[in-house]
Ligand binder design. Sequence first.
Ligand SMILES: [Mg+2]
Length: 359
Amino acid sequence: MRCRLSRFPLTKAVPLAISRGTTAAVEHLLLELEHDGITGRGETGGFDTGHRAYRTDDLAAELEAVLPALESVAPEPFQALEPLLETLSPPARCAVDLALHDWWGQRLGQPLWRVWGLDDGAIVPTSVTLGLGSEAAVLERLERWWQQLPASRIKLKLGSPEGLDHDRALVRAVAQALERRQQSHGVAGELQVDANGGWTLEQARSMLGWLDAEGVALVEQPLAPLEDPEADCAAFAALELDCPMALVADESCWNLADLVRLAPYVDGVNIKLLKSGGLAEALLMARAAGRLGLGVMLGCYSDSALLNGAAAQLLPLVRWPDLDSHLNLVDDPFSGPALEGDRLRPGTAPGLGVLHARG
Ligand SMILES: [Mg+2]
């Protein structure tokens, strides 16, 4: 197959601040695989979970190095390429995995969710993200989301460097805004919070009961992820009994092995394609989560409609969709999942169902 790697900028309409810092713009990579007149596309880009970080430049170098091997083989059967994929870091593998899935779906003439037999009628509303900031800035961001979509599910970032008082003030302000919205529009809002590992054990313990009393439905990654798997599990285990709402692992859960390891201590996991290394692992994770009684959150980094269109193929398996990054871009070169009310729907076009502006 013919391979092409290029770079493209992604600029946020509203910069996003979380406990680890603020992102206004990123550069991502587009991998195109062409064979038999079909072009499959995949995306990757750098990201940081606190304990592991990948830079876009390093991912470009990693992919450049594997292009000759890819060019010497055909894109099917997928299984024959697995040994090659296993040599790559998760985000580099994601680009290749997505391009192969896109090619494969187009070859079959179907979107992947349909190939997998999933029910698009099972898709539930996506959440939209409110980053850290002053109370006024966070409420202004919420109003801006409401101009774009119904946004009945809100994910509020916590773990503010300004401390727990600021976190509490943000929760109170957003909970009150949701209550006002319910009175004026008759729509009950769901408030989720994501500390992005920004709390200590003591802080998390003091917050969980309080958050529950404020009506928060879910808390994501209260404590920093740890490289040692046993210590990482122990951190979730230490919170499990104190946590009256759904406890979800994000930065700690990259792949199926992490999911199985964390399953006894959490209510759900946040699957992201850049962590899992693409759709093959993500589908396994989503299926296994269902069997183990865990809820699936499906999240994103600063990703375009290509990565989110790929993730959207899994939406029928997801309890907490959180694919909003492409809704906050001013220069997305792709169009993918369509928004119907506050539900995202995977494209109906074959493969990933994503269109490139270049055609
Ligand atoms: Mg998260």
